[in-house]
Ligand binder design. Sequence first.
Ligand code: GDP
Ligand code: IMO
Ligand code: MG
Length: 428
Amino acid sequence: MAAIVLIGAQWGDEGKGKATDLLGEKLQWVVRYQGGNNAGHTVVLPNGETFALHLIPSGILTPGVNNVIGNGVVVDPSVLLAELKGLEDRDVDTSRLLLSADAHLLMPYHVAIDKVTERFLGNSKIGTTGRGIGPCYQDKIARVGVRVADVLDEKILTQKVEAALEVKNQILTKIYNRKGLDPNEVVDGTLELAEGFKHRISDTRLLLNHALERGETILLEGSQGTLLDVDHGTYPYVTSSNPTAGGAAVGAGIGPGRIDTVLGILKAYTTRVGEGPFPTELFDEWGAYLAKTGGEVGVTTGRARRTGWFDAVIARYATRVNGITDYFLTKLDVLSSLETVPICVAYEVDGERVDDMPMTQTGFHHAKPIYEEMPGWWEDISGCRTFEDLPKNAQDYVLRLEELSGAHISCIGVGPGRDQTIVRREIV
Ligand code: GDP
Ligand code: IMO
Ligand code: MG
């Protein structure tokens, strides 16, 4: 095996944490390659203990796995230390966590700017997590960002923070009428926090390439999802990084040819947090039913997730832009007890049927779902462990999703626990 990319096929929260955890024992490395603590990945261990991870790869919960926060991630140092402490307080061994020297540091001014920008946008807001993700990536691309390795050189760090704040303070005070930040306080605060993570700073791309040469298996754990990708998602209602499979090579520093499996995590229905178009969104009692039965509350912000039926146009799109080889279909158990289960198979856009993602933002905003109804099943499927254990109608639902999505559904989730999984084809 070589490298496997694990990505969200929809708008995030598909169950990536559970899937990473399930594969954990077969991996030597788990790498986060983009995003930051906007992510919230839930893992339920076999003993029932639940963990919510934000910045640290879900592989940290599997003893012996090496975990890497890659160069493509934006790292809020105070969140990193708090998350480490939370894990250590629960007796999780965190000694195998490394931090790329080239990852960008998310600074207090990024959080401040994220919040005021959203407030300023009013009705046009993105509905961000308010964690400073967009502003931090803006600085990265504008070449004025602070990187992890900068904490090893106080002079450089000071220069960079001073230069950044010269501009940011003008924006905060003159445009948004907020207080500016004192550069010395920001530098001192960062250096103090750095004492807690300095020993983890590494040339992670070198280590990962050596690991690949030794034949070890690396899982590149995506956060967010395909439709939140800044290039391929529902722009501007997206995050500021590339969760899609192509982003994994960039954000970890390995060659794309090393990746031989792209595992898409796909929820058996659809959810979205924050603003933006969502063709199959339900505003009726069925939406409330999915939200309640699926426990659809954001892990990071506690916001209610919007819910809707499965959208095969999105799944086909995700298969295509990521080159998905296998799907892990999650939360099938949530759909038990429905008389019929609608699937959106195509859209109607301005009076015409379209089978693929519309080319323009306006087209997607106008998309109306065309549904096909599948017969439902009443049985509680949370105890099923083989495909044949599933009621016939649930099997048919899965096979229809597979046909519409264009990639093999290799695993099926029937509950949040690690063992509540049906494996039709081994991924690793
Ligand atoms: P992530 O961000 O993709 O890791 O997903 P989240 O952790 O934000 O949200 C997924 C939620 O669904 C979590 O509460 C998981 O414990 C839960 N979950 C994952 N797979 C399944 C499943 O197959 N069935 C059920 N009922 N819950 C699941
Ligand atoms: P995981 O990894 C779901 C959404 C936010 C907002 C948009 C931009 O748990 O799947 P940002 O703070 O990134 O600038 O917000 O992206 N968003 C997520 N939605 N799951 C996530 O992560 C998300 N991370 C960001 O709600 O709409
Ligand atoms: Mg999540």
